[in-house]
Design a protein around this ligand. Structure first.
Ligand code: CP
Ligand code: NVA
Length: 338
């Protein structure tokens, strides 16, 4: 396997065996880290982290992962660079490509991360756009592999806005790895037909299946994994909340939903999650909509506190795996030896 020089813009560009290779490399790097074995394979390299949107996990995963590899990082936050304001993405790409060995980008447009890859001449990593979040899926799949021992034939069920970056990327990932992807949401929030058709073509070669369900209870039956994400994504206008709560309140992941899933089912979420009154958004949403929709009155939106705090929940292990998988992506793309 040779992934040197490769960008990761969407998992559509990766073969199943390449995805599996990155997951297994992450597993190895995780074991080495636990055993205190250093792996500074990228001494002298530099990568830049361009963030147009906020982040906890992705930024920290890139920073710690790079440091462990001996690779330096520069963080440029939403207000920290000329990009987009005084300088085009294309020009920024050509400048950064002269100084850095790799570029991470989190932002809005997939065309921006594509332009960085097209013009920088170095590997570019998509740290989330409105359309895709591929590094998250690598962490999710490492977590599933750790829990079940395999990926193929896992019954994977996604609740919520299935047309967002997470819904899209999880569907692609499941299609690639021969898993059984099901989106449980009102029809209006199912993934775009164009992407479904692409994934159906992939599924023909991997044995994956895709299905779509409107009934929130029926949707969970026999699932190995129940996954959900926020109902309103970064960058969406605030007034979307009312519409989304109306559309999705019946799809809140509750114990009743978890009880329909298989005996050994796990609960996953890319995080951050709204499950209590301990966040500004949880509080204000509860205040504004709690009377009309009692299920959100405690600040529990896409998942209840009971579920996310339950034994079935693997969300924090999943978050930790962001670092190991991102480290694998950086290493494989920048080293001759991995
Ligand atoms: N899951 C995820 O991407 O989290 P951050 O927004 O904190 O990076
Ligand atoms: N769909 C979410 C994912 C966050 C990791 C968002 O884009 O805000």
């Amino acid at each position: 396997m040779n992934l040197k020089g490769r960008s990761l813009l969407t998992l559509l560009d990766y073969k199943p065996e390449e995805i599996q290779y990155l997951i297994n490399l992450a597993k190895r790097l995780k074991e080495e880290k636990i055993q205190g074995i250093q792996h500074r394979h990228l001494e002298g390299k530099n990568i830049v982290l361009l963030f147009q949107k906020d982040s906890t996990r992705t930024r920290c995963a890139f920073e710690v992962g790079s440091t462990d590899l001996g690779c330096q990082t520069t963080y440029l936050g939403p207000t920290g660079s000329q990009m987009g304001k005084k300088e085009s993405v294309k020009d920024t790409a050509r400048v950064l490509g002269k100084m850095y060995d790799g570029i991470e980008f989190r932002g809005y447009l997939q065309s921006d991360v594509q332009a960085l890859a097209d013009y920088s001449g170095v590997p570019v990593y998509n740290g989330l756009t409105d359309d895709f979040h591929p590094t998250q899926i690598l962490a999710d799949f490492l977590t599933i592999q750790e829990n079940f021992g395999y990926l193929k034939d896992i019954k994977f069920t996604y609740y919520g806005d299935a047309r967002n970056n997470m819904g899209n990327s999880l569907m692609i990932g499941c299609a690639k790895m021969g898993m059984h992807f099901k989106a449980v949401a009102p029809k209006a929030l199912w993934p775009a037909k164009e992407l479904v058709d692409i994934c159906l073509e992939i599924a023909k070669t991997t044995g994956a299946t895709l299905s779509f369900e409107e009934d929130p209870i029926k949707g969970a039956i026999d699932s190995d994994v129940i996954y959900t994400d926020v109902w309103v994504s970064m960058g969406e206008p605030k007034d979307v909340w009312m519409k989304r709560i109306k559309e999705l309140h019946q799809y809140q992941v509750t114990k009743k939903i978890m009880d329909q899933a298989s005996k050994n089912a796990i609960f996953m979420h890319c995080l951050p999650a709204f499950h209590s009154l301990d966040t500004e958004v949880g509080k204000s949403t509860a205040l504004e909509f709690g009377k009309t929709y009692p299920c959100v009155a405690n600040g529990e939106l896409e998942v209840t506190d009971e579920v996310i705090e339950s034994k079935q929940s693997v969300v924090f292990e999943e978050a930790g795996n962001r670092m190991h998988t991102i480290k694998a992506v950086i290493l494989a793309s920048l080293s001759n030896d991995f």
